[in-house]
Design a protein around this ligand. Structure first.
Ligand SMILES: [Zn+2]
Ligand SMILES: [Zn+2]
Length: 409
């Protein structure tokens, strides 16, 4: 009898375990992350641990360290600039030592003191926390096409990769850009992991035009907003801003090239953590809607378009289908919001129109009912509040959501 009761108890415990409420991982939510960051591993001015620390302490759940053509791996020592004229000044080293103690390793090299750069694997051991914070592997695959008149920078961030991806050449900007996108895609296939590539700052050095951007093939993400003050998000008198480039490229992709629409990210492209304001932390980020905080879940959600770009506005809901495009804003007291639905329409005779504001509203939620003749529809939410640390003086906090395309039902 006793044996039978024990057996019964075991069955009950097993049943309770199996029927327990689903693990919290199954609840989707927004995860905030920056996908473009530099450290001393390339041309950033700060040690990787203090960069990661900043993002973790400032409400981000994930971060991609995307140094130029390098992963943070292996043994690297960085010279201390004793006269303070270069990166890693003595005062900065001292501050690191005060914060992290013996974890900061210093040696006397042939030319003086050197500090060991902490590799990604160790950063993960120190900073990753289940459901709280995740470091995603990354690299800024950095190249340029040498034209007759100038060099055209083509910088593409790769996320989720398992090894360094060297840039490839090409006979034109488009060739070189697509070769890098192919290399990243092939790397993902080879390692059987989801990867993501985003074209960075197309207007930096006037590297990539909207016509060229329209021809991105192996992946489809680009930076509509990059917080580095040298990247010309706003274009100039003769060249369009990145938001207009997005719409022009998408119109061509959807009406002539039979390619899916480009999705947009906002990033910091942070390089400066010590006083310089050119490329600081906290200017632009993405919010990804996913049930898990893992590399594969985040990347797959972004491929599905389940994310938005932001420089300050927080959204609760972004729902692009069916029949209407709905946005619910997480309002902050005393701040006003305006939602603009932007798209392109096709006339009855087939003529494709120009990108235009289809509707504008201060309703929350903001709803746009599709007319059925749109080539695509996306939304921009602008707040009345100034960005606290802007790319450009007077910038308002903004969010950009991804384009919806037919069929809308
Ligand atoms: Zn770049
Ligand atoms: Zn960069």
């Amino acid at each position: 009898m006793q044996r039978f009761l024990l057996f019964l108890a075991a069955i009950l415990i097993l049943w309770a375990a199996l029927s327990a409420s689903p693990a919290p991982e199954s609840q989707p939510r927004w995860w905030k992350g920056n996908t473009h960051t530099h450290t001393l591993w390339s041309d950033g001015d700060s040690a990787p641990e203090s960069v990661v620390d900043w993002y973790q302490a400032n409400g981000y759940q994930f971060l991609v360290l995307s140094d130029h053509n390098v992963l943070q791996e292996g043994e690297r020592w960085f010279a201390v600039s004793e006269d303070g004229s270069q990166r890693l000044k003595p005062a900065e080293l001292k501050e690191l030592q005060e914060r992290y103690g013996d974890a900061v390793q210093v040696r006397d090299g042939a030319k003086g003191r050197e500090m060991r750069l902490v590799p990604l694997q160790e950063l993960r051991e120190r900073f990753d926390q289940l459901r709280e914070f995740l470091l995603v592997t990354g690299e800024e695959v950095t190249a340029h096409f040498s034209g007759e008149d100038q060099n055209y920078p083509v910088h593409i961030n790769a996320m989720g990769i398992r090894g360094v991806i060297p840039p490839r050449g090409g006979d034109s900007v488009v060739d070189l850009m697509n070769a890098a996108l192919d290399a990243i895609k092939e790397h993902g296939e080879e390692h059987d992991v989801p990867v993501l590539a985003h074209l960075n700052h197309p207007n930096f050095g006037w590297g990539v035009t909207w016509e060229q951007m329209a021809q991105m093939r192996a992946d489809r993400f680009f930076e509509v907003y990059n917080g580095h003050r040298g990247v010309r998000n706003d274009g100039d008198d003769t060249r369009p801003d990145t938001e207009t480039m997005w719409d022009l490229a998408n119109t061509r992709r959807l009406t002539e090239l039979d390619l899916p629409p480009l999705y947009a990210v906002a990033t910091d492209d942070a390089h400066n953590y010590y006083g310089k304001t050119t490329a600081m932390t906290g200017r632009g980020w993405v919010q990804v809607w996913s049930d898990a905080l893992s590399e594969s879940a985040l990347i797959e959600a972004m491929h599905a378009g389940d994310f938005y770009a932001s420089s300050g506005v927080t959204l609760r809901v972004v729902s692009r289908k069916p029949g209407r495009y709905l946005i619910a804003i997480d309002e902050e007291p005393g701040v006003e919001y305006s939602v603009r639905y932007i798209g392109v329409r096709r006339a009855e005779d087939g003529t494709v129109g120009e990108p235009t504001v289809l509707a504008e509203t201060s309703d929350n939620p903001a709803v746009y009912a599709y007319q059925g003749d749109e080539v695509f529809v996306r939304a921009v939410v602008e707040s009345s509040r100034d960005h606290p640390n802007p790319y450009k003086a007077g910038d308002k906090e903004t969010a950009w959501t991804q384009p919806a395309v037919p069929p809308f039902r």
